[in-house]
Design a protein around this ligand. Structure first.
Ligand SMILES: [Zn+2]
Length: 645
């Protein structure tokens, strides 16, 4: 009888977790497989009894590059990597070679083949290094603990390697879950900053268990160092001291909150006291959080709202940022802290500095955050040479942020010339644009192209700003993103085939065809107002979509066994889309009452089914996008446009 003898190398918590996961999933494949475990402090290549798991001299140690090495024959050999996180990634890779698939975050995304395992089955050979160094997902949407934990757990299963928790205290995100912003049938429930501090502390433990790359903070430096962590709801709030008010940006002669939002408001960055408070807070944070790999340093999350005082006006916001970063670097160096810091090329800060140089570029990553970019085409397929573009002039607080990728890349290259820093990108494919591609087939193609093209613009890392529950109708976009980061030569069609087969078994092709057709019918260029189609085209398409969903439901496509959860989500998605199609139909006709009634019906369906869908669909993010987009559709009543089809 074959006994699998796993030998853990050393006692690191992540290697320990990797061994626990290996045994757990092997048992899911074959519950009768005898698995023994033992422990050694090093790898002995001559020992032919064990499957070793841990660091070894087979791969040189490298904290940043997740090179993996798997050499297992008949259940004997080694699963190792360049660092502990890599060992965990390698274990999941071993399981994937045995046929396991992790198609969406959450336990129902684990597709595990059930079969008897022989020694010969446990034969795997892989030696790879991922194409992209930092492969990160960022907190967004309205996630409670369960949703973030699902994502953190999913990340190494598909070869990604890090997580980004925004803000010092990320109360914004879970609080939205309890506020029920768009759900008129629910009343707000209490949620405190202590709740979210505890939530973050527990997520930190999950990141540490897996040794994931940890990005932290970002926005927030403009208010939390001044004692303002949670939303300011009234001008009488005692935290709004006269001193703090004197630090706020002066716009049109007044210092106050921009659009009433503390997190959007800029400060008077030419004021040395402001810079001292911010940089002291960043140093304190770095000292207290040695687990953080990358400290993100952003200013207020607004634009066209920089201080107009005489002193601030002398320089661009980017020059003020350089001064702050130089002061921060000096303080970190003085304290002996080697944490890397990133700064955003984002809205007004797209315009590069023209006066102040970064003194220690090795400390920093410059981070392109192209929030205004079009998702109609990949970032790397440029129609014009960025070097030939004359950049629009900087005019304080009167900027139009460009959306064409060529101009954004031209700005990015100017920054690169100015700073000489390493570059990462923070992108938004799955923030809102994915909701406009209802079958998820078009956005998946785009995200795979962007994920595999990163090195063409010298990006060494990517952060996906996205709701955590983001697999409705499928987890294909996240799946192809992860696999594109791992291997820039991966072929989209191959990864897609692998996904659909895991999710839908022998109906894979049928489902792919159905979702591709839905994406085509709900042309996302129309939904996002890039084109104004003629009424007849909209009517034809939406009627065809409803027919397609009805026919597919009638053919019992979704009544399948092992892949039940994937089909269940497909069923709910069809019901959503029928209601949505009806709404789009009405948007093409000037009948406000019927439109509002259909919109209400869609929203009611959405919130009535949240209990079933919350791990795959972020209720807040979906409702926010659909409210915004649908209002725009209706406001721009489509006129005859024969080009639409
Ligand atoms: Zn100022």
């Amino acid at each position: 009888m074959f006994t699998l003898r796993i030998c853990r190398i050393g006692s690191h918590k992540t290697v320990n977790f990797a061994v626990v996961e290996l045994a757990r999933y092997l048992k899911k494949i074959d519950s009768r497989l005898p698995i023994d475990r033992t422990l050694r402090q090093g790898y002995d290549e001559d020992n032919s009894l064990y499957l070793y798991v841990g660091l070894s001299d087979k791969v040189a140690y490298n904290k940043h590059k997740d090179e993996i090495f798997i050499d297992v024959n008949n259940g004997v050999g080694i699963i190792t990597a360049a660092n502990e996180r890599g060992v965990l990634i390698a274990v999941y890779r071993f399981l994937r070679e045995l046929g396991c698939r992790f198609i969406r975050p959450g336990e129902d995304g684990d597709i595990i083949p059930k079969r008897r395992l022989t020694a010969a089955d446990l034969t795997v050979s892989v030696h790879e290094t991922p194409s992209v160094k930092d492969r990160i997902i960022c907190i967004e949407g309205c996630p409670i603990y369960e949703h973030v934990q699902n994502v953190i757990d999913w990340i190494p299963k598909n070869g990604m390697n890090g997580y980004y928790i925004q803000y010092n205290n990320p109360i914004f995100y879970p609080e939205r879950w309890y506020t029920h912003t768009y759900d008129e049938h629910s009343v707000p429930e209490p949620y405190s900053s202590e709740d979210s501090a505890g939530y973050k502390a527990m997520l930190d433990e999950e990141l540490a268990k897996r040794s994931l790359v940890y990005y932290a903070v970002g926005h927030g430096w403009t208010h939390f160092p001044f004692g303002i962590e949670t939303v300011v709801k009234s001008e009488d709030d005692p935290r709004l001291t006269e001193e703090y008010k004197s630090y706020l940006a002066e716009i049109n002669g007044v210092r106050g909150f921009y659009q009433g939002a503390h997190f959007k408001t800029q400060l008077c960055y030419s004021n040395p006291k402001v810079r001292e408070i911010i940089t002291d807070a960043a140093v304190k944070y770095a000292k207290e959080h040695p687990e953080v790999d990358l400290l993100r340093f952003a200013l207020g999350d607004g634009f066209n709202n920089y201080c107009e005082c005489e002193s601030c006006r002398k320089m661009r916001p980017a020059d003020h940022l350089m001064i702050i970063l130089n002061e921060l670097d000096e303080k970190l160096t003085r304290e002996g802290l080697d944490v890397r810091v990133s700064f955003p090329i984002y809205v007004d800060l797209i315009w590069p500095p023209e006066k102040v140089k970064l003194k220690n570029p090795a400390r920093f990553y410059q981070n392109l955050s192209p929030s205004s970019r079009t998702y109609s085409k990949p970032l790397y397929e440029l129609d014009r040479d960025p070097d030939s573009i004359e950049l629009p002039p900087y005019v304080q607080n009167k900027l139009t942020i460009p959306s064409d990728t060529e101009t954004l890349i031209a700005f990015y290259k100017k920054w690169q010339e100015w700073t000489g820093c390493e570059c990462i990108i923070y992108d938004y494919h799955l923030f809102w644009d994915h909701f406009l591609d209802v079958g998820y087939t078009e956005i998946s193609k785009l995200i795979h192209k962007d994920a595999t093209g990163l090195s063409r613009l010298n990006f060494v890392g990517y952060t996906s700003c996205q709701p955590q529950s983001c697999s409705f109708p499928t987890g294909l976009p996240m799946y192809v993103m992860a696999h594109g980061f791992w291997n820039k030569d991966s072929v989209f069609e191959d990864v897609t085939k692998e996904y659909y087969e895991a999710a839908f078994g022998e109906r894979a092709e049928e489902v792919e065809g159905y979702l591709t057709e839905l994406s085509r019918l709900f042309n996302r260029a129309f939904i996002r107002n890039d084109v104004t189609p003629c009424h007849k085209a909209v009517t034809d398409r939406m009627e065809a979509a409803i027919r397609l969903i009805d026919e597919t439901e009638a053919a019992h496509l979704w009544n399948v066994g092992d892949e039940a959860d994937s089909f269940k989500y497909l069923y709910y998605h069809g019901e959503y889309m029928k209601r949505y199609a009806k709404l789009v139909l009405l948007a093409a006709k000037p009948d406000t009452e019927a439109f509002e009634a259909a919109k209400k019906e869609l929203m009611e369906y959405h919130f009535a089914n949240q209990a079933e869908l919350h791990t795959v669909l972020d209720g807040f993010s979906w409702a926010r996008v659909y409210n915004t987009m649908l209002s725009k559709l209706f406001a721009n009543e489509p006129e005859n446009n024969p080009d639409f089809l």
